[in-house]
Every structure is written in C-alpha cells, then in structure tokens.
Design a protein around this ligand. Structure first.
Ligand code: TRH
Length: 381
C-alpha cells in the first residue's frame, strides 16, 4: 500500500461526557476531508452530542453525510465489513469486536492509530508514535500523542484559522454581539467568556467582578455553568444581569464552527477540557484553563506540566499571576483566593499577550494534528 492508497479513514469516538471527545473527533474529521481530501467516516455512539456541536446533524439518523463527513451510529454495524485504510481510535475508546475482525481479514491490514489526549507532560514526546499490539487480535496499534513540544503530534488548527481570526475586526465583533442579542461591549469594559465546569469558584469570581472598580462584561454560554450561575444569582428567566461593575450576559451555546468568534469577541477567555483550551491558545487572548478533573488529582499534574512550559518565557511576576489564577480556578492547594488572583492576573495581561505571540509561533513550528497524522501514516506504510 502506498500513500496514495490511504484514501479512506474511519474515526471511532465514544462520548464519555460533555463535548471534548466528540469535539476533537468532529474537528479532525472535517479537517481531514477539507484539507487533505480523504474520505472520512465518523462513528459515534451518541449522535445527540454531535448534534449540539453541529445542528445539521440529525440525532436520530443512523447514517448521514454532513460537511463531507459520513457519520454513522456505532451501533449500526453494516459498514463494518469494509474497514478503512486508516482507523483512528479516538482517546482509546476501543474498536467494536466485529470491526476488528474485519480489519484482520483485510488483505492489507489498515493502519490502526490510537489518538490520545493532549498533555504537556514530558513523557508524551517519548511515547508519541510508539507501537503496541492489540491484546485480542495481535494487530499493531500506533499511539499518536498531540502535544506542545517538538516531536509530538501538535495541536489541532485549520489552515485558515489565524487569517479568519485576524479578519475579525471591531465591526465583526459588534455584529457578533448583535447576533447574540446584545450591544457591543462598552468602550472601557473588559469582556470575558466563562466556559468551565460547574465546580469552578464562579460565584467568587463574579462577585469580584461586581465589586471591582473596572466595568466588566462576562459572557456565559448556556449549559450547566449558566444554570448554576442563574441559581446563585437568582436570575433564572433573564439573559442579562447587572450587579455593581458587572454585566452578566448569557449567550447561546453556538455551533462548534462559530465557537472561535466567542473567544475573539472577548478580552479574556476561560476555557476547559481539551478542544476549547486549544482554541483559546489560537485566539491569542489571555486565558484560564479549567482542566477536566481526574481521580487522585491527576489533572493537577497535567495542569502543572502545562504551566511549567507556558510560564517558562513569562517574567516571574507574570508567571506567578497566571499560576495563581489557574490554581485558584482549579482548586489547587495553596492557591490565592480567586478575587485576589484575578486582580493580579489583570496587571499581567500585557505580558501574557506578548507571551501568546511567541507561544503560537512555537505551536506553528510543530505543525497541526491533522497534517501530522497524515504525514505519520504516510511514513508508516
Ligand atoms: O466539553 P469538555 O469539557 O470536554 C471534555 C470531556 O469532558 C472529555 O470527556 C474529557 O476527556 C475532555 O474534556 C478532556 O471541553 P472541550 O474539550 O473544550 O470541548 C467543548 C467543545 O464544545 C469544544 O469543541 C468547543 C465546543 N463549544 C461549542 O461548540 N459551542 C459553544 O458555545 C461552546 C461554549 C463550546
């Protein structure tokens, strides 16, 4: 099989919770089709989650084609008899037994790639690209690790992303707010987006915004955090709340293709999980990561690993400011109260803007996940 024959790709995704697994799989599928011209079938167990990210997807249809991607319910095994040339097992979700049987029966075994979670931990570089046999079938699987360092799989980025971001000017921003049902942000106000898990200390942060001297606009996408904030602030029916210096705006949960505009429309972005975390880095505004919580606080190790490399080229006070707010937001031991941490973080915004430019350049040098995957597969055949 030569590179030209890697035409058909299957991506398998199991939705654990929230939108990260399907968010990454869907973004990758679309990019492989539009930028690499390959045929992609995306197999999903919970179509409703994909429908939330892409409303054109019919949550009840067992198979459909949207944006050039063929989408199948994993339970529909009829397509299993013709496995693709490259098979992506997203986030170690496991492949259905009957599909693996069909893979082994193929004259030329497909390339089996386990796409792993993104991490800044130092071991990622050494594990990227390693082989490991599948225990039942004995087939070889390659482990592909996205990452931030050279020699890892990089992070997702569409070819036109930065140009679209740069074209999002003041007029586009006004139009965006208007589509969301609001006026533009007042000239001297700082705007933030808040996308986080409900256990974040959101009430303390919003109180700090309300009590501060500077005007603040906080945009919260509809979802569990918005429900939690509505309860806490007793404003269940409304889309807007004013309290002291704070104007709270509840914005719709938009399709994934439009999510970047929310980040570009604001000055500071609170993000979570994996995909929104990466989008915030490309947006280039100071950002705060609410990491997906794991048992035994394993997530705090990952958080620390990222802070170590991201903070490396920041001045000591700026690195401390970022670490302070991220720690407070994630409940890390020894972190300052979130209100204090926010004030310190704001003083260091110029340093963060500068660091983000360098950071994006270093990410660019490492390519992007879709392009690196295609190259990796071409090398492996
Ligand atoms: O949803 P997440 O928390 O995802 C996860 C999952 O919990 C997963 O199990 C876990 O393993 C992983 O994180 C690390 O966060 P994430 O990854 O940022 O995904 C959210 C997606 O939702 C992302 O693609 C952006 C999208 N989105 C929209 O499309 N519209 C919106 O309005 C918003 C706020 C987000």
């Amino acid at each position: 099989m030569n590179a030209l024959h890697l035409r058909r790709w299957d991506i398998f995704c199991r939705v654990i919770d929230n939108f990260g697994d399907i968010g990454v799989s869907w973004r990758l599928a679309r990019q492989l089709v539009t930028e690499h011209g390959v045929a992609v079938r995306l197999w999903v167990d919970q179509m409703a989650s994909l429908n939330a990210l892409c409303p054109q997807v019919n949550a009840d249809a067992p198979r459909q084609t949207v944006e050039g991607v063929e989408i199948f319910q994993t339970a529909d095994e009829s397509g299993f008899s013709s496995p693709a040339d490259v098979v992506i097992e997203a986030f170690g979700c496991g492949l259905p037994q009957n599909y693996v049987a069909a893979m082994t029966a193929r004259k030329q075994e497909p390339l089996w790639i386990v796409l792993e979670y993104l991490s800044a931990e130092s071991w990622v570089r050494d594990h990227h690209g390693l082989l490991s046999p599948h225990p039942q079938s004995g087939m070889q699987r390659y482990f592909f690790f996205p990452g931030f360092a050279d020699g890892t799989g990089g992070v997702l980025r569409e070819a036109d992303l930065l140009a679209r971001r740069d074209a999002f000017d003041a007029r586009a921003k006004r139009a965006w707010w208007s589509r969301m049902g609001f006026d533009d942000v007042p000239p001297h106000a700082t705007s933030v987006t808040l996308f986080a898990y409900p256990h974040a200390p959101v009430q303390a942060l919003l109180d700090a915004f309300a009590d501060g001297a500077a005007p603040m606009v906080a945009a919260i996408p509809e979802g569990p955090l918005a429900l939690h904030v509505r309860d806490a602030f007793h404003c269940s029916g409304s889309h807007r709340l004013r309290k002291g210096s704070l104007e709270l705006r509840f914005v719709p949960f938009v399709p994934q293709a439009d999510y970047d505009e929310l980040l570009w429309a604001c000055d500071v972005n609170f993000v979570r999980g994996e995909d929104s975390f990466v989008r915030a880095q490309w947006a280039g505004r100071p950002f705060v990561w609410h990491i997906y919580p794991q048992d035994a606080s394993a997530h705090l190790v990952k958080l620390d690993a990222f802070l170590n490399i991201y903070g490396d080229d920041l001045s000591a006070p700026a690195a401390q400011a970022v670490r302070g707010l991220w720690g407070a937001w994630n409940g890390a031991a020894g972190a300052p109260p979130v209100a204090d941490a926010w004030r310190v973080f704001c003083h260091e915004i110029p340093a963060q803007l500068q660091r983000l430019r360098q950071w994006q350049n270093s990410l660019l040098r490492n390519g992007d996940v879709a392009g690196n995957l295609v190259q990796f597969c071409q090398k492996m055949i």
